[in-house]
Design a protein around this ligand. Structure first.
Ligand SMILES: *Cc1c(COP(=O)(O)O)cnc(C)c1O
Length: 382
């Protein structure tokens, strides 16, 4: 049956291996700790702004440049509006960035003369969408192994490449990197020149999806590093996974590259409601600072409780934790939790098969989760 459809697929679509998102159950009510959504609602100012935008103006296209949203982001983070790009979730921003900045295996792929393009580098344990974007744009890539404790050795990235992408903190481990180490990579890539291939200058993308929960943001350094693109999302920190707004901040030349990608694809990826809601979220720092502090406090409490029960818990700078059951495999632990109405995320990857990624929910949700952990660690599930 799929053969019949395959006949109509070109080689590009046949060769794709799409990302598989975490389950969004519709039939049963779970304690949902599997996709790192924020357990708290968005700021009331966001709802107000969206309701206000939901009027007759919807017959008009939205502002393709997201002018007000970008001005709000620029004011909030102390940058210029032309250093900001807004997109339909940071997934879209990342997809554009892969297509725009990493050396491509396609004819005309940047700077690679007649030689094979150099691979982009990212950690072997990281956001599993990266290899998918690379596949979409024919970007060759190499996964750089993280250390046994899942930390990233920045020195592994000080070598010729087609560019680098690293989340800070990394996902799904939650481990952060010091800003200085990422900046060392940025400087290396900026200075990089290969006489042989005439390649010079590469981009580093730092995916800051979770940086609000404890990693050092690289935003203060974008003026000093024209090859540094930071990528952000309102899905986690902003409690707005359903609105689909992400943004990038970096040198105006990088932003222009992203605009060229967008305008070759869809000039209006951020709709009117999303632009209005996102701007209200960015402006309400007091609300979100309080929400973020609550999530961090819960994370630290849950980490201590699990450690006391004998679980291994990686130190997390994110709104999730990466944990290993004292006896069960990750798949077993996942199933035990699921049977008891708790959804976590298990990745079928050799090095992390014994781990589960658990998003930080409300205190009540995490108490339900901790109760079940206590029971299974004590063997009460047998
Ligand atoms: C969730 C996530 C994103 C995507 O966020 P959206 O804005 O919802 O598309 C990007 N990068 C990482 C590392 C994430 O975990």
């Amino acid at each position: 049956m799929s053969d019949l459809r395959n006949r109509y697929w070109n080689t590009r679509v046949q060769s794709l291996s799409p990302y598989i998102p975490g389950e969004q159950p519709r039939d049963r009510k779970f304690v949902k700790l599997n996709t790192n959504e924020n357990p708290y609602p968005p700021s009331p100012a966001v709802i107000e702004a969206i309701v206000k935008a939901a009027g007759d103006d919807l017959r008009r296209y939205p502002d393709p440049a997201c002018t007000e949203l970008r001005q709000t982001i620029a004011a909030r983070y102390g940058v210029k509006p032309d250093q900001v790009f807004a997109g339909n979730g940071s997934d879209e921003v990342l997809a554009f960035a892969f297509g725009a900045f990493f050396a491509s295996g396609l004819p005309g792929g940047r700077g690679d003369t007649d030689k094979a393009a150099r691979p982009a580098l990212f950690p072997d344990i990281t956001y599993s969408f990266y290899p998918v974007y690379a596949g979409l744009w024919d970007v060759p890539y190499r996964r750089v192994p993280v250390r046994a404790d899942f930390s990233i050795n920045y020195e592994d990235y000080l070598k010729p490449s087609g560019g680098v992408i690293i989340p800070n903190p990394n996902a799904p481990t939650g481990r952060p990197l010091p800003a200085a180490e990422l900046l060392t990579i940025a400087q290396y890539l900026e200075d990089y020149h290969d006489d042989d291939t005439r390649e010079s200058g590469r981009v580093i993308i730092v995916d800051e999806a979770y940086s609000a929960f404890g990693a050092e943001s690289l935003l203060p350094y974008i003026d000093a590093h024209p090859n540094l693109l930071t990528v952000h999302t309102l899905s986690k920190m902003g409690s707005l996974a359903g609105l689909r707004v992400g943004f990038a901040i970096g040198d105006a030349v990088l932003i222009e590259g992203l605009c060229r990608m967008r305008d070759s694809f869809n000039s209006y990826p951020v709709d009117r409601l999303a632009q209005a809601g996102a701007a209200a979220a960015i402006a309400d720092t007091a609300y979100y600072d309080a929400v973020t502090a609550k999530v961090i406090a819960t994370r630290d409490r849950v980490t201590a409780a699990l450690t006391a029960m004998g679980f291994e818990v990686l130190p997390s700078a994110a709104n999730f934790i990466f944990i290993r059951h004292p006896e069960k495999t990750g798949a077993e632990f996942f199933t035990i939790l699921r049977d008891r109405g708790i959804l976590a995320r298990h990745f079928n990857h050799d090095r992390i098969a014994d781990f589960l990624r658990v998003s930080i929910g409300t205190d009540d949700e995490m108490d339900v989760f901790l109760d079940e952990c206590r029971k299974t660690a004590a063997g009460a599930d047998q």
